[in-house]
Design a protein around this ligand. Structure first.
Ligand SMILES: [Zn+2]
Length: 240
């Protein structure tokens, strides 16, 4: 008799335990989609606020405090149309997963990636599409520390098509050497990282010079062109 009562008690506790434990993970009962980027939310943000959202996203990434994700919901929410608020131009480096380091959801960012985040006319075309035609309000050019392409530029590397690519970065050498506090040694990553930063600044100038569409959009206040350097050692983006 006692045994049956105990058995019943254990089963009851187990049953209610499962009921209560199950509630928070019920897919119908969460509000994870309250911050999905809709047309309306994007329309209410100015370019500076988009940049702030980037800063907040990177802070969450660094602190390990990422937003909860339901990829199926994000896919479903974006199946008819996309309303990204920014385009990021970054390097191909495997340690720089753009959406992850900004804690961005599906549909929030356009992304172009080329080794050394070099600029060419196709990249500019993508930026013009993302902003002028699709409504993104921020162009974010992002280099990163210990970049192989930038190191190649500092080393004056010559290899296949990479020669032309690193030559695009080498254009920033003059200002990098001038502003670097120390010897411009290609084997010193303090210098290589400084060159990466100088190239991002140069790339931003290049965007303004070579694309009248983007220049005018920025002058009208509808677009912000900004840059930063991602630190592969600690996950932080240095915004500048
Ligand atoms: Zn790189």
């Amino acid at each position: 008799m006692t045994l049956s009562f105990l058995t019943l008690l254990i089963i009851s506790i187990g049953f209610f335990g499962v009921m209560f434990a199950g509630t928070p993970s019920d897919p119908e009962n969460d509000d994870d989609d309250e911050d999905l980027l809709t047309d309306e939310r994007r329309a209410n943000m100015n370019p500076a606020e988009v940049l702030q959202a980037f800063k907040n996203g990177n802070k969450r990434f660094v602190e390990g405090n990422l937003r909860r994700r339901k990829f199926v919901k994000e896919v479903s929410a974006t199946k008819e149309k996309q309303t990204p608020y920014a385009i990021v131009h970054s390097c191909i480096d495997s340690r720089v997963p753009v959406e992850t380091i900004f804690d961005a959801r599906i549909g929030e960012l356009f992304s172009t990636r080329l080794a050394g985040n070099v600029i060419n006319s196709d990249v500019l075309g993508g930026m013009e599409f993302a902003t002028s035609l699709s409504g993104a309000k921020l162009i974010f050019v992002m280099g990163h520390t210990r970049c192989g392409a930038v190191k190649g530029a500092a080393d004056s590397a010559e290899f296949g098509h990479l020669t032309g690519l690193v030559n695009k970065i080498k254009v920033a050498e003059k200002s990098a050497k001038k502003s670097f506090n120390g010897k411009a040694d290609p084997n010193d990553y303090a210098y290589v990282d400084h060159l990466a930063k100088e190239y991002v600044k140069l790339a931003i100038e290049q965007i303004r010079e070579e694309s009248p569409v983007l220049r005018e959009l920025e002058q009208s206040g509808k677009l912000l062109i900004a840059g930063g350097l991602y630190n592969i050692g600690n996950g932080k983006v240095d915004f500048f």
